[in-house]
Design a protein around this ligand. Structure first.
Ligand code: UN1
Length: 513
């Protein structure tokens, strides 16, 4: 069993082994003002771990400049050769899986099994991207003109700005970066302020992979700091694509600013994921899936299950099972054996959870279990018992994403009402149905069913594999990352018409002169 000390080293976590060079004093002030520091904290105890320099405006500008310069050569490297650096990255991630997982636990507070799962997700997307590097297919279409060929080619886009969130501090970065690199783009990464060490470790491993593969390491840049640092990526014309993961309010700021300069945006914003449970559902399987999706990661996934819409015939039986399982969940220091739920990221998350539960009570909700803080980890460490609340209606608080482990249970009598309730939220990321009735499953997946980017059958809303496209509709922002053909967002398409005849026929049969 590993217990947390003040320093990550006390855990056996070796940031230096991963290339993380902590700073103990401020770097010198720059022309644009004094350099500020970014403190890495752990939500496990609320203690400060290490300090890293925050990027100044000048640093961000220089990073974008280096990425833009590196792009000029990188775009001409054959895609399979670009894949070599991603393949090497996968090897390094595999070699450092445990260390990286521990850093993720330390900074994001998720349990080691989930933290290592996140590192595995990085390895998986790297493997996907290596394969993709030989499959950036364009189409050939029949031309309407004799002696002509019509085709599409895909080209690298340029510099991709990646803005990522604390809760998946490494996987979401890798979805973007592995794919962007094989597509021939260069990357400037602005990670969450909460996870600077994890970011430094990944950045260092990628640059090492680049050097070992004979590639210019400037293809990847890291900038650290507050939202202001991200805003510089958003506003800079040299950044062709801004891929941002975070809250809906963040997306509302990013999208119009990128659009104003005709840049591209890929948004993965909030979710308020629901699951419908029909009378035919296997309740044992359903309960297990619900507990992982709703309470796992302390409810801090964008794919966390937040709304359970259950048929009136089975609602009592299911809630009873869930309550029993919730009461057995061990909440505590994620490094401790048997713990399944770690801390909330910070005081803000804790306060938001309390406010949501209070409002749910005002709305007539009945607390089944959970919601209480568990003391004894430090004043600045926020551990809560995951909560289940039975709601009489889908009130505003249920329609709002609260990034904490609250599961609202709603009841339905007819299937159309269940679908309507399910879709009656502004977000559209992930969804699920638990049923053994094929008709119900198909109706949920049909055009008039779930309106989300992810719709599952007999699987929870969280824990997607990298092979599929990941993202959602409505306020979730519409972007797709990770597998399938998401790579197209990282490239530009050219349509080419080639005339190999000695005539010059015009399209649409036009005669000109
Ligand atoms: C996120 O919470 O931003 O599907 C990403 C999942 C993970 C990714 C979550 N593979 O839950």
């Amino acid at each position: 069993m590993r217990r947390l000390g003040v320093q990550p080293q006390a855990l056996g976590v070796q940031p230096q082994a991963l290339g993380v060079q902590p700073q103990t004093s401020s770097s010198p002030p720059t022309e644009e003002g004094s350099r500020t520091e970014l403190s890495a904290h752990t939500p496990i105890t609320g203690e400060r771990l290490l300090t890293v320099p925050a990027s100044t405006a000048e640093d961000v500008d220089a990073a974008i400049d280096r990425a833009a310069t590196a792009f000029r050569d990188w775009r001409t490297v054959p895609a399979p050769a670009r894949g070599a650096v991603v393949r090497r990255l996968a090897e390094l991630l595999t070699a450092h899986k445990r260390d990286l997982g521990e850093l993720v636990t330390l900074e994001a507070g998720k349990i080691p099994a989930e933290a290592e799962g996140e590192v595995q997700e990085m390895i998986d997307i790297c493997e996907f991207a290596v394969g993709l590097s030989r499959q950036l297919y364009g189409r050939t279409m029949p031309s309407e003109r004799p002696g002509h060929r019509l085709m599409e080619t895909w080209h690298p886009l340029g510099v991709v700005g990646v803005i990522s969130a604390f809760n998946f501090p490494v996987a979401v970065w890798s979805w973007n970066t592995a794919v962007a690199l094989v597509c021939g783009d260069t990357v400037v990464w602005k990670p969450s302020e909460q996870t600077p060490l994890t970011a430094l470790a990944c950045h260092t491993l990628l640059r090492k992979a680049a050097v070992e593969s004979g590639v210019d390491p400037e293809v990847h840049q890291l900038v650290q700091g507050s939202a202001e640092v991200g805003a510089r990526l958003v506003d800079d014309e040299r950044v062709a694509l801004v891929s941002a993961t975070g809250s809906v309010p963040m997306g509302r700021t990013v999208a119009p600013r990128v659009a104003a300069r005709f840049g591209r945006c890929l948004l993965e914003l909030g979710g308020n994921n629901g699951a419908v449970v029909t009378p035919s559902a296997d309740l044992e399987l359903t309960a297990r899936a619900v507990v992982f999706s709703a309470a796992g990661t302390a409810g801090q996934r964008c794919t966390t299950l937040r709304r359970l819409i259950v048929h009136e015939d089975v609602v009592d039986a299911l809630v009873e099972r869930l309550e029993k399982a919730y009461r057995q969940l061990r909440v505590g220091n994620p490094f401790d054996e048997g713990v399944l739920v770690g801390p909330l990221i910070n005081n803000r998350a804790y306060t938001a959870m309390g406010a949501a539960l209070a409002q749910a009570g005002v709305d007539g909700g009945e607390l089944v279990c959970g919601g209480e803080r568990i003391e004894g980890f430090g004043d600045e460490a926020y551990y809560v018992r995951p909560a289940i609340v039975r709601m009489p209606a889908q009130t505003a608080v249920v329609r709002t994403e609260t990034f904490a482990p609250i599961l609202y249970v709603l009841t339905y009598t007819d299937f159309d009402t269940a679908i309507a309730l399910h879709n009656e939220v502004p977000q559209g990321l992930s969804s699920a149905i638990f049923t053994t009735d094929q008709r119900a499953a198909e109706r949920f997946l049909a055009a008039s069913g779930s309106d989300c980017g992810i719709a599952n059958v007999n699987i929870g809303t969280s824990g997607a594999e990298i092979g599929g496209a990941f993202g959602g509709e409505k306020q979730t922002g519409g972007g797709r990352e990770s597998g399938s053909d998401s790579w197209k967002a990282y490239m530009r398409r050219a349509t080419n018409t080639i005339n190999f005849s000695d005539e010059l026929p015009l399209a649409q049969g036009i005669e000109f002169g």
